[in-house]
Design a protein around this ligand. Sequence first.
Ligand SMILES: *Cc1c(COP(=O)(O)O)cnc(C)c1O
Length: 412
Amino acid sequence: MKFNTALLHGEFGADSKTGATTVPIYQSSAFEQETAEKLENIFKGREPGFLYTRISNPTIEAFEKRINFLEGGVGSAACSSGMAAVTLALLNIVRSGEEIVSGSGIFGGTYSLFGCFEDFGITARYAKDNSAESFEEIINDRTRVIYIETIGNPKLDVYDIKELSGLAHSHGIPLVVDNTVTTPYLVKPFELGADIVIHSTSKYINGSGNSIGGIIVDGGKFKWDFEKFPSLNAYKKFGGFVYLAKLRKTLFKDFGACMAPFNAYLCSLGLETMALRMDRLCSNALQLARALQSHPGVTAVNYPGLEASHDFEVAGKQFGDKFGAILTIRVGSKENAFKLINSLKYAYNLSNIGDVRTLVIHPASTIYATNTVEEMEKMGVYDDLIRISVGIEDFEDIREDFEQALEKMSRP
Ligand SMILES: *Cc1c(COP(=O)(O)O)cnc(C)c1O
């Protein structure tokens, strides 16, 4: 089954009761069972069934199965947001006194979360660049996980998943990959050795920017050392499902950050056209990056699909001929950046990515407003930088919109 077919038919068919071709929305908090015995059995895990939507729900489960199928995992858990997915995926295996080794230039919300973790005794260390050496340098015996994004947002560094999974495994720790900006259409991290994949489904999976959500997918292949990860020990009997079993029976249920059934419906619907959108988004982004590269008002264009990008090679190796739909440009000054944003006709000025519409933002004054200049530079954020999440509009209109807006800037 090829990818577009899998989006429609992978782990999904018409509703067995009614023949409905989209997943029914089970907007119910709880599910009645006919007998006390049956309810006992479901509670004790002896029979499958639904109890309460914070734990599981048929609409949410249908979405979980589809994403799991596309990523090639053993199972998944859909969360209320991408941030909930990052939080739960890591807290499932990292305890107080232990450490996370992370790529730098990651999503601002995740960077902020890792700051919150400090209060709970968990330290994040950041590799100085995306080379395996700079990750290895900061691994110690308290490190429990390596965390990366496929393409770091907004620095747009591309991480070599195969190399970093090899490094993680040589230290007996798993590699967790945030695949939000590439989706399983561009790369399936499990095939390259990743152990856990997470997504903010709010972005390209949903596609139309109509609901917040996240998901954690377990690859099921990591060989957990129960001395290093003692909290998994009680779930040993689940074999390849040990990570997911622990997650579902503890943090996922107890933190209560479940996805809403209606949001699972919207994400399932969006998912069906994800590859079509990604084809067009990536093509528009590459064309825009090329067009802006030769524009005199733009002092730098960062896009992994440009041959000049330092990560062009690894991006090509992992993603083939598609490089995502996010690019950043620098325009000489904050004033120019604001002028350009205010002059765009079609692009929305807002804090999001992965929409069908073109979106822009000035990260330094918004998402990173509370960070220091040094922190921002580490994350690839500058005062004259604009992040563009390219949409599916006709490319000529996008190009013309940016050209007319660039004309309005004073030249650097
Ligand atoms: C948006 C985003 C998140 C957080 O997801 P939310 O759904 O906004 O909570 C995490 N990682 C990446 C790469 C993102 O772009």
